[in-house]
Design a protein around this ligand. Structure first.
Ligand SMILES: [Zn+2]
Length: 422
């Protein structure tokens, strides 16, 4: 197999990439610079249509599954071999920015364009994957598309999903025009030879180190709990303090217990966050009778993460007894961490050396579709720096040159992997 041509960052059309990212950002339910693009909302449907147009201009062969995962394939000379896949997501949580996920989608299109322009022909096909709903905004499950592709969601679990308006996943996907059988979403074994995801770091490490590329070695294991506390409501004036069973105060103690549990897990990487706290009835003159908390706990060390979850359950039991408040704890998800394939991290490192681009090994503390693609095929991720590590906020920013460098490394890596015959 001939060596692929070298793609340097200057060969990436950074202006075109920027224009495409800006166009995607216009498909938003929030005013600029914020981006809100929730699964199968009008802006999401417009963004999907735009991407299909962009894929068509590159001559890619497109397919969509019943969940709306989009596959756009640049056919290689050996289309029967497992393809090299790369991609990310285009959905955005409320009031987010324009780079999370989109860089890894537009980046693949730019990588393919650059390779086409230098006359490269892939041996294995190269496939862009645009995953449905990496963010849990609509149905409460993160990485919906890639989880289903990995076969980790049963049809019964998919059928049980509802959004906050009470629509089932089945109703919502049909309304969006996705009617193919969900049984066919899971990807068969051996479908892909590798999956590479280009993504902004969403943390400050690369920017602070002044290093343009991070090569991800491991993705942290996320988990989340929903804790429902039921106390006793009453008039804020009439019920005296010793007689109260205030659900909010139990929740407040528990939020501090989450912090304590994460800080004392024994692992410096454990993080615990109470990101949701809803109380009812929610009136100034009414004692909170109900509180619902959603708590995120993660680490690359599975044992430390699970110790933290156990400590939160113990604290919940103690607080509920002491305050006379009923508590139910639901484990919403607890995914295992994903290791990256050494062969792929070596390939990316080698590509960076060849292109003269500095790179460092990293851990991904955020989860990504790669976490689930790791169950389908070998994976790794390429991180690029972003301004102050900001993400999931309107001022999320990655410089055009930083993006172009990431795309050049991605292009070279995809080209290399597409030539590997065995
Ligand atoms: Zn993302």
């Amino acid at each position: 197999m001939p060596n692929p041509p070298l793609i340097s960052p200057t060969q990436i059309d950074a202006a075109a990439v920027q224009a495409q990212l800006e166009q995607l950002a216009r498909f938003s339910s929030a005013p600029a610079p914020a981006v809100t693009r929730v699964l199968w909302s009008e802006p999401d449907m417009q963004a999907r249509a735009y991407l299909r147009e962009q894929c068509a201009t590159l001559g890619l062969e497109m397919r969509e599954d019943g969940l709306g995962n989009l596959f756009a394939r640049w056919l290689g000379t050996a289309p029967e071999l497992p393809a090299v896949a790369s991609g990310s997501h285009i959905d955005a949580i409320p009031n987010a920015g324009m780079y999370d996920g989109t860089v890894g989608v537009i980046g693949v299109l730019a990588a393919i364009r650059a390779l086409q322009q230098v006359g490269f022909t892939p041996h294995r096909s190269i496939e862009l994957v645009v995953f449905t709903a990496e963010e849990p905004t609509r149905f409460g499950v993160g990485c919906l598309g890639s989880r289903a592709m990995a076969g980790t969601l049963t049809l019964a679990q998919l059928a049980s999903l509802r959004d906050s308006d009470g629509h089932t996943l089945e109703q919502a996907r049909h309304a969006a025009g996705y009617t193919a059988e969900l049984a066919h979403v899971a990807v068969p074994e051996g479908h892909y030879v590798a999956f590479i995801e280009l993504h902004i770091e969403q943390g400050p490490v690369l920017e602070q180190a002044g290093i343009p590329i991070g090569i991800v070695q491991k993705i942290a294991a996320p988990s989340s709990l929903r804790i429902t506390l039921t106390g006793e409501g009453g008039h804020a004036g009439a019920v005296l303090m010793p007689d109260r069973h205030d659900a909010l105060l139990a929740a407040a103690e528990l939020a501090l217990a989450v912090e304590q549990a994460a800080c004392s897990s024994g692992s410096p990487d454990t993080v615990g966050t109470t990101g949701v706290l809803r109380i009812a009835p929610g009136a100034v003159n009414s004692i909170p009778a109900h509180a619902v908390m959603e708590i995120d706990v993660r680490d690359t060390d599975l044992a430390a993460r699970d110790r933290t979850l156990a400590a939160i359950r113990t604290a919940t039991a103690a607080i509920s007894i002491r305050r006379g408040v009923q508590a139910t704890v639901e484990l919403l998800n607890a995914d295992p961490p994903a290791p990256c394939a050494p062969a792929l991290t070596d390939t990316v490192r080698h590509v960076c050396q060849t292109l003269g681009i500095a790179a460092q090994p990293m851990i991904s503390r955020a989860y990504h579709d790669s976490l689930f693609m790791a169950r389908v095929c070998p994976i790794t991720m390429i991180f690029i720096p972003c301004y102050k590590g900001y993400s999931h906020r309107p001022d999320e920013y990655a410089a055009p040159e930083a993006i172009a460098t990431g795309i050049a490394v991605l292009a070279q890596t995809l080209a290399h992997l597409s030539q590997v015959s065995a």
